[in-house]
Every structure is written in C-alpha cells, then in structure tokens.
Design a protein around this ligand. Structure first.
Ligand code: ZN
Length: 277
C-alpha cells in the first residue's frame, strides 16, 4: 500500500493512494494506523469513498514521530568527500520531532542563527512494531514501510557545537513524505536509485545498495541499545554531493526548490521560504 496523511477541508486523516485518488481511512494519521496494525487498512480502504488527490493537502506521513534516529556517514562516497573512513559501527544522532515538515512545506531559518544550510536526500525507515533487542535476521518484521526524508542541516551549527543535534533539529528541517510505501511492496529497500535536485540541477545521485550499514543492521544496532516504537523513524544517511563539500561550497537560500526522489517510493519537494525575522 501507498499510505499518506493528508488534510481535506478541516480534517486530518490517513489514506491510501490509488492512482489519482485517495481512499480516506478512519485514523487521524498514518502513525495511529500503524499502531492499530496495517492489516486493518485494506478492509477500511475497501469501504472508503474516494477523494481526488488534487483536492487534498499532503502532510508528513508521520506527523509526530516518537523519535527520529539519524545515521551519519553511511554512504562511502559521502565519507570520501569529507576525507573520512567509513565508521565500523553506525554513527547515530537525532533530529527532534518538532523538526518535521510536510511535502511542499517551506524550510525556514533565522540568518542570524545559521548561514550554511544544506540538503541531504535520505531513505527513511518507519518502524511498524515495538522492537527491543531484535536480531538482524528478524529486523524486516519490524518495518512498516519507507519514505523520503530531507535531513536539512545547518553546517555551521553542526561544526560549531560539539555534537550535531542542534544543527539537525531546527523547526522545518525534517521534510518527509509524501508517501509511506509499505514493506510488503518493497521486500528489499536496497537497490533503489536516490537523487536530489536543487532548482532542477542534479546534486546527489546514488543507490541505496551503497548503504554501508543496511536497514536490518541499523534496526538490530539501534534496538540493542534502546526501544524502537511504532512510528519511529530511522533515516539511513545521505550519499555524496551535499552542498558543503561542493567546490566551491553552495548553501541553500530563500526561493530554492529541493527535490528528493527515491525509486519506487516517490518524490518529496520543498522550497526554502523567506528568512525568519
Ligand atoms: Zn543525514
């Protein structure tokens, strides 16, 4: 299934995308649908009255993830562009859930806070059920599905602080969606083309088969230390081609349009809005 969270008139709800129609489901968002079990979705969809996709506003599929676990340095070319050797263990940081942004939502910041804002196209894994001390071999059972995420980053804060959380967690800095493609449609999330454009110019181009630490390995590694809950997100890292390591470096500015596309999952577009006063 291709699930989405959307607004229709004054209501926010979960739905299934079928062609150019949305079948509304009786859950307030995809996270609550996941919590009650995806099996219930198909039955509810069969009884739903279709809405034209053009009449709804797309929202982040998971409006308020319990946590966003982010992985750094997980593509070889992204390690090499910054002169780092790939880490033996996954490098983990977090983005606060208040950073979540919607498809089409403006990315905004105060220029007195940061002047080095960058994009990172990423495959995001959405957890389907509570996972604690899960083995790699069982890890896929805990995946609800996959979506696109732009791990927007303030490089000056990332570098200036002793760790990365602030530079990754500004409000609006985690656009995601629009679709959550369920795991049954993507039994292997490795082998998908991943690309990012800024104002139509291709900046990142890779494939999820280049992930250093695979999805099952990341779930096993994280859940060994802490519990993953339904609706939690693991965003798996970005390939080479980010702005900060371009020659010369380029950073985002108001009016820029960023497109993240992952094969079989979809296309996430956002614009940089006016600076915050
Ligand atoms: Zn990232």
């Amino acid at each position: 299934m291709r699930l989405l969270t959307f607004r229709y008139q004054n209501d926010v709800m979960a739905g299934v995308l079928e062609g150019e129609n949305v079948l509304p489901l009786p859950w307030p968002d995809v996270k609550s649908l996941i919590e009650s079990g995806l099996d219930a979705a198909a039955e509810a969809a069969a009884a739903a009255q279709a809405l034209p996709l053009a009449d709804v506003s797309l929202l982040a599929p998971i409006l308020k993830p319990g946590k966003i676990v982010a992985i750094g340095l997980n593509y070889l070319d992204h390690c090499l562009e910054q002169g780092k050797t790939p880490p033996e263990r996954p490098t983990i940081f977090t983005k606060f859930s208040t950073a979540v942004n919607h498809p089409g939502g403006d990315i905004r910041w105060d220029p007195s806070m940061t002047q080095m804002v960058d994009y990172e196209a990423e495959l995001a894994v959405v957890i389907g059920k509570r996972a604690y001390r899960v083995g790699e071999e069982d890890a896929y059972e805990y995946v609800a599905g996959y979506t696109c995420l732009n791990d927007v980053t303030a490089r000056d804060l990332q570098r200036g602080d002793k760790q990365w959380v602030r530079g990754k967690s500004l409000d609006t800095f985690a656009p995601m969606g629009p679709l959550l493609v369920t795991a049954d449609e993507l039994p292997d999330p490795h082998g998908l083309a991943i690309r990012c454009w800024v104002n139509g110019e291709l900046r990142q181009e890779s494939n999820t088969d280049q992930l250093i630490h695979t999805v099952p390995k990341l779930i096993a590694f994280c859940s060994r230390t802490f519990t993953l809950e339904p609706g939690d997100i693991i965003t798996t890292g970005t390939p080479g081609g980010v702005g900060v390591y371009s020659d010369p470096p380029v950073f985002l500015k108001p009016g820029d349009e960023i497109t993240v596309e992952i094969e079989s999952i979809g296309r996430l577009q956002n614009r940089v809005g006016p600076y915050l006063p």
